[in-house]
Design a protein around this ligand. Structure first.
Ligand SMILES: Nc1ncnc2c1ncn2[C@@H]1O[C@H](COP(=O)(O)OP(=O)(O)OP(=O)(O)O)[C@@H](O)[C@H]1O
Ligand SMILES: O=C(O)c1ccc[n+]([C@@H]2O[C@H](COP(=O)([O-])O)[C@@H](O)[C@H]2O)c1
Length: 245
């Protein structure tokens, strides 16, 4: 028997996949690994709560937070990549499933998710199933990402709803067409093929954004209970987002 899971073909549905039974028995050999990419300028409870719920719902072995070094399709972050990564490290401390993955911090130039996913697939020697966690706002722009169609051959997508973003009716046409045969309604389906499926995870809607946090700090307003206290202590100690840094 092959030690690799098959990639799902573009038009393949889960119910059409062959050899379903044998993959079921291989679940423990091929763990699900979550990849949560973000600018994290800074990370907040919107990210952390969603990450915790997804890790539980789809039984992730681990969830890697991957701060973008030089993010695409947006303005330069307010905090340096070293500070943003340090805040993530502090915020996830104590959660044994959460891991900081600094590959995009170390890489020079713009951060392309496709490069990170290719690397991860190589490192795991195809013996893990990668699940890219993404908010509905970011997913709607997926067709603007570098080599975006290749992503479906590297990972599944786990979409999380965000207040103010109605996903279903608003996908650009080429993305909608690409996803047409990829939607699955059960987290269990993700275990039977290595990539190419799209699942909307049921998570708590939290109307928290890094933009609001940065604006509050700059205005001298409290951001307590929007992110972990220890992360806030780091931000204060390093005068981040206050306009003094
Ligand atoms: N409150 C939230 N609930 C669910 N997903 C979120 C939330 N905040 C961010 N995300 C998702 O997390 C990923 C990384 O987000 P990012 O680091 O850009 O945070 P942000 O709060 O959207 O930042 P900014 O306000 O600076 O744009 C994206 O896929 C985004 O959609
Ligand atoms: O690879 C790309 O072209 C690409 C373009 C835009 C965003 N991304 C990734 O999407 C994730 C969320 O990005 P953002 O800007 O919403 O924080 C983060 O991991 C980014 O690196 C990736």
């Amino acid at each position: 028997m092959s030690d690799q899971l098959p990639d799902s073909g573009r038009q393949e549905t889960v119910s059409a996949l062959p050899h379903l039974g044998s993959f079921q028995s291989m679940r423990s050999e091929f763990p699900l690994i979550g990849i949560f990419g973000g600018t994290f300028d800074p990370i907040h409870y919107g990210h952390l709560r969603v990450a915790e719920e997804i890790a539980e719902t789809i039984s992730l072995r681990e969830l890697r937070f991957v701060p973008a070094g030089v993010p695409r399709l947006r303005c330069a972050p307010a905090a340096s990549l070293q500070h943003r990564a340090a805040i993530v490290r502090i915020a996830i401390r104590g959660n044994s499933r959460f891991v900081l993955d600094e590959r995009e911090v170390r890489r020079h130039g713009v951060s392309y998710s496709v490069e990170s996913l290719r690397e991860l697939r190589r490192e795991m020697r195809e013996r893990a199933i990668l699940c890219f966690v993404i908010g509905a706002d970011a997913f709607m722009k997926l067709a603007e990402w570098h080599s975006w169609r290749e992503l479906f051959g590297l990972c599944h997508f786990i979409i999380v709803a965000r207040p103010g973003y109605a996903l279903a009716s608003n996908l650009p046409q080429e993305l909608e067409e690409e996803c047409a045969q990829r939607w699955v309604s059960s987290a269990d389906s993700l275990k039977y093929t290595s990539s190419g499926l799209v699942f909307i995870a049921p998570t708590t809607l939290l109307d928290i954004s890094a933009t609001t946090i940065r604006a509050h700090i700059a205005a001298g307003k409290s951001v307590r209970y929007l992110m972990p206290d220890e992360a806030l202590d780091y931000i204060a100690a390093n005068h981040l987002y206050s306009g003094e840094g």
